[in-house]
Design a protein around this ligand. Structure first.
Ligand code: MG
Length: 178
C-alpha cells in the first residue's frame, strides 16, 4: 500500500458579448471606465467578469452563468458582477478547487483598456480569490470588423485552469492509472 497525491487539473473557456449603448455605465473587470457609452444588460453587463465566471464554472463542470444567475431573476437586476464572482469563488472552495490561472482577452475598438488593466486585475484577485500573478488580461481591437469593430459591442474571452490535490491510497501505480 502506497500513499500518493494525485493532482487533478481541469480547464474551462468562457465568452461573453454585450452591446454598447448610450446612457449606460461602462464596467469591465469591475472598473468603471469613463466613456460615452456603456454595456447594456440585466446586470452591470461586465463582460470580462461574465466570461471569467463561465470559464471557472465550465472547468468545474457546473454549467454556465445563466444556470446560476438567471437574467430573469429580479435579484440580479443591475447586480454588480462581484456578486457572481464571489459566488463562483465560494463554489470553487466548496468543491476543493484552487485556481492555477485565468487568462482573458477583451475585444473592444474603444476605449483603450491599457490604463485600467492593473485595476481590473486587482478587482479580479479580490472578488474571485485568485493571486495577482495568476491573472492575465489582454486587450485587442477588432481591426474595424463587425459590430465590435464599429464600436457597437465589447466581447471577452477567458480561460481558466483549476486544480486540486487528493491523497489517494493505492496498491500500485497501475491502480492509479486505472
Ligand atoms: Mg454577460
Amino acid at each position: 500500500m502506497t500513499s500518493t497525491f494525485i493532482n487533478f487539473m481541469r480547464t474551462g473557456i468562457g465568452y461573453d458579448i454585450h452591446a454598447l449603448k448610450k446612457g449606460r455605465k461602462l464596467v469591465l473587470g469591475g472598473v468603471a471606465i469613463p466613456f460615452n457609452k456603456g454595456l447594456a444588460g440585466h446586470s452591470d453587463a461586465d463582460a470580462l467578469y461574465h466570461a471569467l465566471v463561465d470559464a471557472l464554472l465550465g472547468a468545474m463542470g457546473e454549467g454556465d452563468i445563466g444556470a446560476h444567475f438567471s437574467d430573469t431573476d429580479p435579484a440580479f437586476k443591475n447586480a454588480g458582477s462581484a456578486l457572481f464572482a464571489s459566488k463562483t469563488k465560494a463554489l470553487l472552495k466548496r468543491k476543493g478547487w484552487s485556481v492555477a490561472n485565468v487568462d482573458a482577452v477583451i475585444l473592444a475598438e474603444l476605449p483603450k483598456m491599457g490604463p485600467y488593466r492593473e485595476a481590473m486585475k486587482k478587482n479580479i484577485a479580490r472578488d474571485f480569490g485568485i493571486a495577482l500573478d495568476r491573472i492575465g488580461i489582454k486587450a485587442k481591437t477588432n481591426e474595424g470588423f463587425g459590430a465590435i469593430g464599429k464600436g457597437d459591442a465589447i466581447a471577452c474571452w477567458a480561460t481558466a485552469l483549476i486544480e486540486k490535490s487528493t491523497k489517494s491510497e493505492a496498491r500500485s501505480t497501475k491502480q492509479i492509472r486505472n
